[in-house]
Design a protein around this ligand. Structure first.
Ligand code: FES
Length: 88
């Protein structure tokens, strides 16, 4: 995982078996950085209370997280990771 800032947002870029996916870095439960958690397969686990999210769909997959993360279209082009982010 890599945490980045783009267009005023803090995002988490995740490498899942060579494919890249981007979600909001902040957990929807209580605002912890998911970067401090760990990525297992296609799920990131929050380090604060153990909530989990599917980084491909953004769906919350384990309580106490209930609200999905926003996902961002992510592609590889000319060996660069490009992320589609709208500014606030
Ligand atoms: S802050 Fe992430 S599960 Fe509570």
């Amino acid at each position: 995982m890599k945490r980045i800032t783009a267009a005023g947002k803090t995002l988490l870029v995740c490498n899942v078996d060579g494919a890249f996916y981007t979600v909001d870095d902040i957990c929807t439960h209580e605002d912890a950085s998911l970067y401090l958690g760990c990525l297992k397969g296609n799920e990131v686990e929050c380090s604060l209370h153990g909530g989990r999210f599917n980084v491909i769909t953004g769906a919350a997959t384990a309580e106490p997280a209930e609200t999905s993360l926003t996902t961002y279209k992510t592609i590889i082009q000319d060996k660069q990771v490009l992320i589609e982010v709208e500014s606030n």
